[in-house]
Design a protein around this ligand. Structure first.
Ligand code: HEM
Length: 481
């Protein structure tokens, strides 16, 4: 027995010391990207199996898959796409910052390949794959020619009176549609109408009337439905096996149908453009842009499609977080400066960003969490998860608008520079950012001034290429006066 014990002790001393020495050494040495931990990768199919019955995740739970992977493997995770192409995910603030800071003149966001594939097959409609999907000089050409007015502070400031009017109409619509118990079912559908009205007004320079009770609900419904199908189909073609490259799969067919439906409906709206549209700064700047004429229609289609669903989701998340607490609603009411409403918007973006993860193709080798990740790798920055980490924001899971105000503001803003990025970051930042930052606090103020809000059910979210509320969202809007 003693001899065995001695052998165990000597072994422990020798190998135990050695392994901790090894661990210390390896913690200071950069490891190869192939060693990044992650789910089992099969030959050819990579980690795609995680979204099957065996893996246990569905496409609506992609966000949960990543959360679980970080819990299981640590702050850097590798999955493998088809043909074992590695995709790296990071959640540490320092890693996310490195990725964003390393972008060059033309940051590369991996394109949605199925859309690019479809658009290339329609040269009659598309001269390129569009601003959202193009890269390099071709992306820059579109971006610099088509978005200068959309992103200008002057254009957005001059749009303020229309924004106030639209938000007033939004409240009238809520008032007309709530039932005798003050309940509104499907708040998300009304939020789509708000998004559609606001974005069409901005881009086309005239009120479309989507917020009137008797509005052309067929057009609104078809457009909102097509945009929702579009995001679902983007997700399914992106996360599923890309068999659509070989034959038109059901997801690809849905994507094509929704792309065509959006294009045709928006074309209808553009063609009905009247004199007011001709005076719209955004519309005019697109018409006069020095780009192929097919790009002009495609840009307007893309602006409207990119804006409706993102705005709908953000508006529902905002109403939901504020409706959870009457004290927060009171604080918004008591603050004539609007700073508290803005803080609520920021805090909702921190906790529930509809774009909860930003993708980049890195242009240089980067050291991320002690691994050397080679240039040209796809890196997913999980900003949404990082925002829920107590190391970044105290009591991170709690909705505390005050962290964006007074003395706390500087610290939150500084930590949030690369994390609270609901519109992305750098040169590929969303061109609709200024407009949305203007309209959301105003819409919130109007709603709170008119109604006491309460949620009927706890919010559930699902992944629809974006993080989206799982409908139907039922809320109570009790008139204040
Ligand atoms: C709440 C509303 C919105 C959110 C949360 C949002 C979010 C985003 C995000 C995260 C990106 C990617 C940025 C990056 O990779 O760094 C993006 C890109 C884009 N967004 Fe938005 N967006 C919103 C509204 C809008 C609106 C209203 C428009 C147009 C009027 C718009 C047009 C675009 C376009 C064209 C791009 C591609 C930009 C490029 O690649 O250069 N978005 N958006």
């Amino acid at each position: 027995f003693e001899v065995s014990l001695l052998v165990v002790m000597i072994s422990y001393y020798l190998f135990g010391q050695r392994s901790s020495w090894k661990a210390r050494l390896s913690s200071t040495m950069l490891r190869h990207s192939s060693e990044v931990p992650g789910p089992l990768a099969l030959p050819v199919f990579g980690s795609c199996w995680v979204y099957t019955a065996v893996g246990g995740y569905s496409f609506t739970r992609v966000h949960e898959f990543y959360r679980d992977m970080f819990l299981q493997h640590g702050p850097i995770v590798k999955e493998e796409a088809l043909w074992n192409v590695p995709v790296i995910s990071v959640v540490e603030r320092s890693d996310i910052e490195k990725v964003f800071r390393s972008s060059g003149r033309y940051p590369i966001r991996p394109p949605t390949e199925a859309i690019a594939h479809y658009r290339r097959s329609r040269p009659d409609r598309y001269a390129s794959t569009g601003m959202v999907n193009e890269q390099g000089a071709s992306w820059y050409h579109l971006r610099s020619n088509l978005t200068s007015h959309l992103t200008s502070t002057k254009t957005i400031a001059s749009f303020l009176p229309q924004v106030e009017e639209i938000c007033g109409d939004w409240c009238s619509l809520l008032d007309q549609l709530k039932d005798p118990k003050d309940l509104i079912s499907n708040v998300e559908v009304l939020a789509s109408r708000l998004g559609l009205e606001a974005i069409c007004s901005l881009v086309l320079g005239r009120r479309m009337g989507f917020l009137y009770e008797e509005a052309d609900s067929k057009l609104t419904y078809r457009l909102a439905h097509a945009v929702s199908n579009h995001f679902g189909a983007c997700r399914d073609t992106y996360y599923g096996l890309p068999l659509w490259k070989l034959f038109p799969t059901p997801a690809y067919k849905k994507l094509v149908e929704s792309e065509e439906e959006i294009y045709n409906l928006v074309l209808e709206i553009i063609e009905s453009a009247d004199e007011a549209s001709m005076e719209s700064a955004v519309f005019q700047s697109v018409l006069k842009a020095d780009v192929d004429s097919r790009e002009k229609t495609a840009a307007i289609v893309d602006f409207i499609a990119a804006g409706i669903y993102t705005m709908r989701n953000s508006m529902v998340f905002l109403l939901n977080t504020v409706a959870n607490d009457p004290k927060i609603q009171e604080a918004i009411l008591q603050d004539p400066t609007g700073a508290y409403a803005k803080a609520c918007v920021n805090e909702t973006f921190r906790l529930l960003p509809t774009a909860n993860c930003l993708a980049r193709v890195i242009e240089n080798d980067l050291e991320l969490s002690n691994y050397r990740i080679p240039k040209h790798s796809v890196v997913l920055c999980h900003t949404g998860l990082a925002c829920r980490d107590d190391r970044n924001f105290p009591q991170a899971e709690k909705f505390i608008p005050e962290r964006w105000l007074d003395d706390a503001k500087q610290e939150t803003t500084s930590v949030g520079t690369y994390l609270v990025v609901p519109f992305g970051i750098g040169r590929r930042t969303c061109p609709g950012k200024r407009f949305i930052e203007q309209i959301l606090p105003i819409a919130l103020q109007h709603t709170v001034r008119n109604f006491k809000m309460a949620n009927v059910n706890p919010l559930e979210v699902q992944f629809e290429f974006l993080l989206a509320p799982k409908g139907p969202i039922n809320m109570v809007f009790e008139k204040r006066f």
